[in-house]
Write a protein that binds this ligand. Sequence first.
Ligand code: SAH
Length: 458
Amino acid sequence: MTKQPIPVKKNDELQVTIEDLTHEGAGVAKVNGYTLFVPRALPGEVVDIKVVKTNKGYGFARLLEIQEASEHRAEPPCPIYNQCGGCQIQHLSYEAQLVSKQKQVKDVLERIGGIKDITVHPTLGMNDPWRYRNKAQVPIGEEGGLVIAGFYQERSHRIINMDECLIQHEDNDQIIRVVKNIANKYGIRAYDEEKHRGTLRHVVARKGKVTNEVMVVFVTRGKELPNKVNLIEEIRENIPHVKSIVQNINPKRTNVIFGDETNVLWGEEYIHDYIGDIKFAISARSFYQVNPEQTKVLYDQALEYASLTGQETVIDAYCGIGTISLFLAERAKHVYGVEIVPDAIADAKRNAKLNGITNVDFAVGEAEKIMPWWYAQGIRADVIVVDPPRKGCDEELLETILSMKPKRVVYVSCNPATLARDLKFLEAGGYKTKEVQPVDMFPHSNHIENVAVLELMN
Ligand code: SAH
């Protein structure tokens, strides 16, 4: 095979037409068959670019000027959109984001899963796709002697100071602003990750959108938190409906946000919130879906696909704090949930009790180990729901599904690529994918959530 020379080199300036959008939100241009990724450019646009890097199979370029803009281009309302690494597609209108996500799912199912002949529904989006997040985890830093708070610049550890984040609940924004002010007023120093010095590492703000309850978490390097009393007083003054103020201590040199020790400084250990009519207790470190409105949409779809009559035994693999399990339990005979993180299972059990739900059993462990064990004990599920992390399902788990032969498999996925791979595996084992419903859990970001339903053939 003759090797094609790379048709462009670093610093070349040229005009291209953008043909596609990657799952990371970058525009795709082809130059004599060579792929260039152009962040912030949109399909259909004619743009001037400057090549910044060339690899063997593809390269990257910077957008210099838009000559012909896409009709779907939107003016990003966030003032720090171009610096902050939080959102990727604010420059695309929300309607077009939804269409693009649906198309990406279709493409990936076909390319990776070889699945062509199924319905991928239009993405279910939000009526108001702003201010949807109920949790902010914001790194604290210093700039010019002042404490700042904001997200990291993409691919860097530089904090971009922010006054507000348009996808955050307003209360969370306010908490971050108040904490910044207090830290500056009382001389509380930000943690310096290079020198491993200073006090305040992160502020985490959580909001129960239905209950209106608020939690503030200070993540500090050591036990000491100077002016604790004033801190609590000022938070309560500024955010009168605060329910819980806690300190988490993380003494390690690490990117991981939380340490092992959490102490309540004032108020309750938990706040509460509802998804549908199910109540959840949320502690500083509990996992809880960040977009509860869309979580309800996603899980309602999962429930519809499960089509339960009340007689079924259901397994919820990768169950987290049991959100789906508890949803399912209201309509099933019995639900078994399995999850690898012990704290999540403790939350799941607490939440079951909180809601008076008794027809669920939760197990701690790897789903791919617990499922075969359940199988060996004679447990047979009529419906299996899986909601794995980005890497998808373990093959051992998929094998167990094939042995157990549930009538239906409902697959909730946060990564279309591994969804496609796993659907292909299940299809080879006798299942047929019926339909796929993308749900937009994270407007303005490139994340795509899906729920798919498979049925056992013959
Ligand atoms: N359905 C859950 C969230 C699922 S996120 C909810 O709504 O709360 C994926 C979950 O899989 C995470 O909680 C993660 O801890 C868990 N997990 C990751 N690997 C696992 C494994 N091998 N076995 C079981 N659970 C696992």
